[in-house]
Each structure stands twice: as C-alpha cells, then as structure tokens.
Write a protein that binds this ligand. Structure first.
Ligand SMILES: *Cc1c(COP(=O)(O)O)cnc(C)c1O
Length: 871
C-alpha cells in the first residue's frame, strides 16, 4: 500500500512545515488522535485536535517521549516546551488539524477505484453496515468502519484503512449531529452507492426541523460518482426528498399499494423468526426467505441488506443460506465479573486490527490492580502480511499493560510464539510447545514484545478449554477478543461468575455522551467534580469512576469514607472528596488520600485533634473542603459562624489546607424558587469572599449540581458537581430531551407462564384477579429485594416484553412479580422483560409511584448483577 511522505503533506492538506523530520523519507502510516493509544510510533502522525474540553497540543511532549515523531498542529497554537523539545520531529502547522485529517483521508479515498457504500440515517446504521459486510463477505474483500466510527474524526480514521491493493469494497457509516457536518463526511467517503436507513427523532438538537435534518443527511449521496441509493419508500418525507433531489435510487416497500422496485411481505412465524416474500418488479423475480429474528428493527435492517443483495443479483438460495448465518449483532464490549475475583472484558464478536485496538483501549482504561491478560484468536481481515500484522498486534500490547497473552489459532501461534521464543521469554508450554517454533524471522520485528510478557498458545479453542482451570486467572483483568468462528463465548461462559435472571446493564458510551453534554455547558477552565456516591447512583462505582478518570474528570465525590476506600483499592487515583466522613474514619482518609468535607466546628475540632500530633508517618493531613450553608439547612457553616471559622483557619493555617469551599442549592431545578436560589448564590459569594480575605488567598469554589449547571451558567465559579445528569436523567427539565442518553437498563427474565382462568387470583393476598376473562400471566425473576418497588404492584407498573407493555398483576413479592401478557402471545419462559430503560423512562416510572428517578436508580440492590457495555 502506498503511503504519502510526511514531507509531501504541505501540498496535500495544505499547511506550513515548521520543522522537517530528521527522516526525510518518513511516511504517514497511522493516524493518531489520542495520546493514550500510541501503539506503533513508527509512521504514526499525531493530529492535535482541539475540542470544548480538550486540547491535543497538551500531549505533544508525552507523545514525543513515547517515540512519535510526526505531528500536525494548529497554526496559532503554542507548542508546549517550544520547538526545541521536538528534536528530529516533523511538525506541520495547519489552520485546522481536523480539516487536515479530513483532507488527507479524502485524498486517500480518491486513490481507491472500487465501489464504496455509504450508510446514513437515524437508526440502524451500524447494524446494517455489519450485516451487509457479513452478507457480502463471500464475494468481496471489505473494508468497513470499526463499530460505530461514524463521526467527523471516526470517518477519516475508517476510510484511512482502505487498501486499494486488497479491498474490493468499502462500507462506511456517517453520523451527524448538526448542520454542515455531512458535507465534510461526503467528501471523505465519496460513496458510489448508499443506504438511507430511516428518519427518526434521535439527535434532533442540532437541526431546525426534520426536513432540514433529512436534507442534510442526503448530502452524502450527491457526489459526482454516486450511482444508487437504497432506501425504504414507506416514509413519505424520505420518498419526497429523494425525488426532489433526483437521486438515482432503488427503493423497497412493505405497503401493498406503494410503488417501489422491490416489495416485501412479512409474516411472523413462531420461534422468533420471520417469513418473508420478496417481489422484484424489474425482473419479475419472486422469492421467499426466512429471517432468524422477529423484532421490527432487525427486520428493517435486514430488508435494507436484502435490497442490496437482490439488486446485485445474488441467487435467492444463496441469500437464504447467508441470512440464516446472520446473528443479532452484539457489537459491544461487555464487562462482567468473572470467577475467582477476575474481571472480564468480553468482546467475542469480531477480531480485526481496528477492533482489537479499540478493545485494548478499554482494557487500558481499567485501573484494577493485578495482572492484565489478553485471550486472543487469530486476527482476521487486515490486509497485511502475517508477520507485519502480528508485529502490529504485539506493538499494541504494552500500552494496554498486557502481561499475559493466550493466543488461540494456528496463525497467531506460529507468528507470536516465534517472537517469544526468540526473546527467551518463559513460555508455559501448554497446548502447543514453544520448543518446536522456528526462530527464523527477523528479530527487529519483535522489539515490542517485552520480556515481562507471559505467553501461551493453543491451536484451537477446544484445546484451550480442555485444560482451562479458572483459578489460573484469579484476580486478573481479562480481555477476551476473538473472531466469531473461534466461538470465544464458550471461554466467557467458563470464566464468568454465575448469572441470575436480573441484571442492570450500564452503557458506558451513554455515560461518556452525557459527560460531554455537561462539559459543553462549562466555561473554559471550570473544573468538573462528579458525584459517584451511592454506588454511582446505582450504576457501579468502580466502573463509572474508572471511566471518569479516563475522561479526565477533575474530582470525584462520595458520601462516606468506605466508598472512597473501595475506589482507592480498585486503583482509582483521582482526587476524591468525602461528604460525610465520621471522625473514626479520619485516619483512613489520610491513608487513602481522601479529602473530607468539614461542615461544623465539632468536626473541625475532631479533625484538628486527629492530626495535632506530629504525624507518626510522613503522610500529610488530607486537604479539606468547607461546606457553607446558604439555605439548604442540612449541613454546613452559617454566615454567623464565619468570624470564628476565619479565626480558626488563620490560627491553624498550616494544618488546615483548604482545597475548596462549597454550598449546595436547595431548588436549582425549580424556576418557582429562582429568587431563593439567587439569594443562596449571593450569600455564597459574600461568605467565600470573607473567608478568602481571612485566609489571604483564593480557593476553589463550587455550588452547582446537575440542574444548576444547566440553569445557572453564571454561577459555575471554579468547579461544578455533576450528579444525576451523568446517568441520563435531566432533573431540570431544561435540556433538549434527546440531549441525554439513558445509561441504565434494568431487565429480568420470565421464569414461567401460566394461564389463569376467569375469576382466579394471583399472588399474596389474592390481590390480582383474572376478572371476567382468561388471562396469560408471566412470573418475572425480580422482586422488591432486587429494588423493584412494591408500589408498582396491581397495575401501577408496566414492563416491556418484546417491546410491548405488560402491566403488573397482583403484589410485587420479595424475589418475583407477575405481569399480564395476554396481549403478547409471543411471550415465552426465558424471554427478557425490561423493567426500566429505553421505552420506559425513569422519570415517568418514578412519578407513577410518587417518587423521583434518583430513588429508582439507587434502589437497585447490589445483588443485581451489573454488566457494563461499550458500543
Ligand atoms: C448529590 C449531590 C450533588 C449532585 O446532585 P444532582 O442533583 O444529582 O446533580 C451535588 N452536590 C452535593 C453536595 C450532593 O450531595
């Protein structure tokens, strides 16, 4: 594959060379945007992007130390340390590094002569892309976006992987959130064909109207080389827009009267399958297919793919064979508890280089102490020669802290086993013995396999499972990453802790999304403290804290010292404030570097007493946070206390390092109390001014919670304290409802289904009655001991089964409850019932039982398993 020389970039992107690289032949091989993901530094070009809360230029010295020698920076930015810091590096200054990245990718794309399919629309882009790639893979060598890499930076990175010497087809998705973005993506993807999935209401915030959004999206399909748009004719707006723009198209319908190129008639069949007839009007072809699923979104996604395959004239019998191999895409990395205190990152869906790099990033983010292990199958579809491919694989491992590698497959065994042999690395000689390896490959390819890496290789998954002893993996953090055909889900099943029917799924991408939403509200320089009290609002403290650390939050806060201790023991190193530390926990605060909130004179005295002796160890007393009461009347110093407080602070200045001063608003979410809130803020300004004058220096000040961040931007002071908003609930009701994504989904399974004859009763106290007609009743494996509130009983609550509502019948029991599924004939024992999440928003459920979303989130009991997913 041909890569441009760095020295040729000024003409390509364009820009001005600040410094030529010492190696004038240096090529642009990898595009690097994140200093935490360096991998192979040779040929990596770092683009210093700038965002609302992020500035890539800050990481230049770090990258240089890691061996990166090629940089694209912003013309107006100052280089940290000055040019002298970057001896031998090539540095290109451009107006916008993002635009440069995009131009480079566009130039690369232009060098590919084969077809490229661009996918956009509101829902289903990623699944349609993945399925289409699966369905076309017997005919084509496909380059596709990894996961949902569809943004202004994701698309250039995806397209960069296109290799004209190897690939015969590119499939890329494009996602936008505001006007103007699609024009950039269209220039990079330059599709020759396209799929428009559908028009929904997601991401509405950046558009004035549905129509504007639709027209913006359709810009993807208006280039010179564009030949055919696949779309569904059943949305009138889409139909009209495609016609108005004269886009060449191929459309399908499910309506009997709608004119279209292809008509599908579907009928549900038992066992979660769908029967389907296709009538292709141009050829008169008529064929029947079976889809291996029955839910609406999957059917729609499959029909888009089917339209492409029929248009390409793939034989119906062949299409059917491929369709049956189609699996509902689990495109996500799942994190779950393993046996013997291990922790699993389960990513068994696919295994190409880009996907591996993403999964290793997730492993790198884990701060759990203990060994990190990678169980890896042969890596597929890279377009590189085996030695080069596995050199790149090996180069990715150190940055993720991998210290043990289990390689499964013939190819990985032969490639990487040789490396470890050459370096004399201890090999456990299980499965395939290392001694048979031929050490004949060139040694310089193996630089990055350091001697700390323990390796084991097995030819097949069966060989590994045959000798697997889960205690060998005790306390480890294990990334399990394999191509589908290796069936690594069997390894996950063997290593995973027992799962019960009920689980809380926490979407870490949604959490990051919400974090960015609040960050965008902050003035530059305002710090962000995130509240992870109460088990991170029920979501799971360690995982949330670990993500926040990765996302560079400034501070965490917990309610009690033991919550902070648990975070430290799990390896979290961010500063942590403890809101209610008992005096007997003060020593622990010092040991674990936890900073207490001090809210009364009694507490201040205890604190001084604990740390009055010259410390018998060298650890300093922790910094303190002063809580001021401006109207909440819960905890904190009153205005009248200030003279005495100021005197104490002055007197003990050396032993009372004040980290911050704070207050809490009583009604930040309620416009009816805004006068009161303004009084609170005015009091806070007065009180902090008094204290700062007494101290003789200024300290961090903070007042706003989630609702306050959205409603009182002028009162951000130096820091804000984000809570419920991070978890996807807008307590202030001011945000655009689509701006936040729900983070948690609580679900359980149906244990049994019973038919209840007319007049019979259900459950304790016989409070549920089948009334006049026979009912079908499903018993669910969740009760009030799991945190499902008793007040949901007797018709107050609803769950979703197959996307349809099922009302509670009878009382909620300790471990179970019953719902009426008469209207959902497809419901079977073992099916999933959604308790809250997409389609069952928390605020609405909360209002049904007279409480607030906070309570529903924090009520989910710790016995409910948490599974963390990342798309
Ligand atoms: C819990 C808490 C917050 C966060 O409140 P949200 O309404 O969840 O944003 C902020 N400050 C203090 C002192 C808190 O106790």
């Amino acid at each position: 594959m041909l890569f441009p020389r760095f020295l040729d970039l000024p003409a390509l992107v364009p820009g001005r060379l600040l410094q030529a690289p010492a190696d004038a032949t240096a090529e642009v091989r990898h595009l690097l945007l994140d200093s935490r993901r360096v991998g192979l530094p040779a040929g990596a070009v770092f683009f210093a992007l700038r965002g609302p809360s992020h500035d890539g230029h800050r990481y230049l010295p770090d990258l240089y130390t890691q061996g990166v020698r090629l940089f694209v920076v912003e013309e107006s930015a100052a280089l940290p340390g000055g040019l002298a810091t970057y001896a031998g590096a090539g540095i290109l200054a451009v107006g916008s590094p993002l635009a440069a990245l995009q131009s480079l990718a566009a130039a690369h794309r232009a060098g590919f002569a084969g077809p490229v399919i661009g996918i956009t629309g509101s829902n289903g882009k990623t699944i349609v892309k993945e399925w289409l790639a699966q369905l076309l893979s017997p005919d084509e060598d496909i380059c596709r976006s990894p996961r949902s890499y569809n943004s202004q930076v994701g698309v250039p990175l995806s397209v960069w992987e296109l290799n004209p010497e190897r690939h015969t087809l590119g499939i890329f998705e494009a996602g936008i959130s505001e006007v103007g973005e699609m024009a950039h993506l269209a220039k990079i993807i330059q599709p020759t064909e396209g799929i428009f999935t559908n028009l929904g209401t997601a991401h509405d915030a950046g558009f004035a109207s549905e129509e504007q959004k639709l027209h913006e999206k359709l810009q993807l399909f208006q280039g010179q080389r564009f030949q055919c748009l696949f779309y569904c004719a059943d949305q009138p707006q889409v139909r009209a827009a495609v016609a108005a723009l004269h886009l060449p198209g191929f459309c399908w319908t499910r309506l009997p009267q709608q004119p279209a190129d292809l008509r599908f008639t579907t009928e549900a069949s038992p066992a979660h399958a769908t029967r389907l007839h296709a009538d292709y009007l141009a050829t008169g072809l008529s064929a029947a297919f079976t889809l291996p699923f029955a839910d609406e979104p999957s059917i729609e996604n499959a029909l888009h793919c089917l339209a492409v395959l029929l248009h390409r004239q793939v034989e119906p019998a062949e299409i059917q064979r491929r369709l049956l191999r189609l699996h509902p895409v689990a495109m996500r990395l799942e994190m779950k508890l393993g046996r013997h205190d291990s922790y699993l990152l389960d990513d068994t869906y696919n295994n190409d280089l880009a996907g591996l790099a993403l999964a290793l990033n997730a492993l790198a983010r884990q701060s759990r102490p203990g060994r990190r292990t990678l169980i890896l199958s042969d890596v597929l579809e890279s377009g590189l020669s085996s030695p080069e491919l596995y050199a790149r694989v090996a180069a990715l491992l150190p940055a993720a802290g991998v210290s043990r590698l289990v390689g499964i497959g013939e190819e990985i065994s032969s490639q990487l086993r040789v490396k470890s042999y050459e370096l004399g690395v201890e090999s456990e000689k299980l499965g395939v013995g290392a001694a048979e390896a031929e050490p004949n490959a060139s040694p310089n390819q193996f630089l990055t396999l350091n001697s700390q890496l323990l390796t084991q290789f097995y030819p097949t998954t069966e060989a590994f499972l045959a000798q697997l002893n889960p205690t060998d993996f005790a306390h480890e953090t294990i990334l399990i990453k394999g191509a589908r055909r290796f069936g690594f889900e069997r390894i996950v099943a063997a290593l995973q802790a027992q799962q019960h029917g009920t689980l809380l799924e926490v979407n870490l991408d949604a959490l990051s999304h919400n974090l960015q939403h609040y960050r965008r509200q902050l003035r530059p320089g305002t710090k962000l403290m995130v509240m992870v009290k109460a088990f991170a609002y029920g979501a799971g403290s360690y995982e949330v804290a670990s993500l926040l650390e990765f996302q560079r939050a400034d501070y965490l806060a917990v309610a009690y010292a033991d919550e902070g201790v648990a975070l430290r023991e799990a390896g979290i190193s961010l500063p942590i404030m403890v809101m209610n530390a008992a005096p007997d926990a003060f020593e622990a605060l010092r040991r674990y570097r936890l900073e207490p909130e001090i809210y009364s004179f009694e507490m201040l005295d205890e604190y001084l007493a604990t740390f009055s002796e010259p410390a018998d160890n060298s650890l300093p007393a922790p910094k303190i946070h002063l809580k001021l009461d401006t109207g909440m009347r819960r905890l904190g110093f009153d205005e009248a206390d200030l003279p005495a407080l100021a005197a104490r602070l002055r007197q003990h200045a050396a032993r009372l390092p004040v980290a911050s001063m704070m207050t809490h608003l009583a009604a930040a979410d309620d416009p009816g109390h805004d006068d009161f809130t303004h009084e609170q803020l005015a009091a806070f300004r007065r009180m902090t001014a008094t204290l700062e004058a007494a101290l003789g220096h200024s300290v961090l000040k903070h007042a706003l919670n989630s609702a306050g961040i959205l409603r009182f931007p002028e009162a951000q002071f130096d820091m804000v304290r984000l809570g419920i908003g991070l978890y996807g609930v807008d307590a202030s009701n001011t945000a655009d409802p689509t701006a936040l994504r729900p983070v948690s989904q609580l679900r359980t399974t149906i244990s049994q289904i019973k038919t209840l004859p007319a007049g019979f009763t259900v459950g304790y106290g016989r409070r549920g009655t089948a009334a006049a007609t026979e009912r079908r009743i499903a018993t669910l494996a969740i009760g009030y001991a799991d945190g499902y509130d008793r007040r949901f009983g007797n018709g107050t609550g609803t769950v979703l089964i197959h996307g349809q509502p099922a009302p509670l019948i009878g009382s909620v029991c300790m471990d179970m409850c019953m719902v009426d599924v008469t209207a959902i004939p497809a419901a079977r024992a073992g099916d999933v019932a959604l308790i809250f999440g997409e389609g069952l928003p928390l605020p609405e459920l909360a209002s049904r039982i007279g409480t607030i979303a906070y309570e529903l989130l924090t009520n989910v009991s710790e016995r409910v398993k948490r599974v963390f997913v990342s798309e």
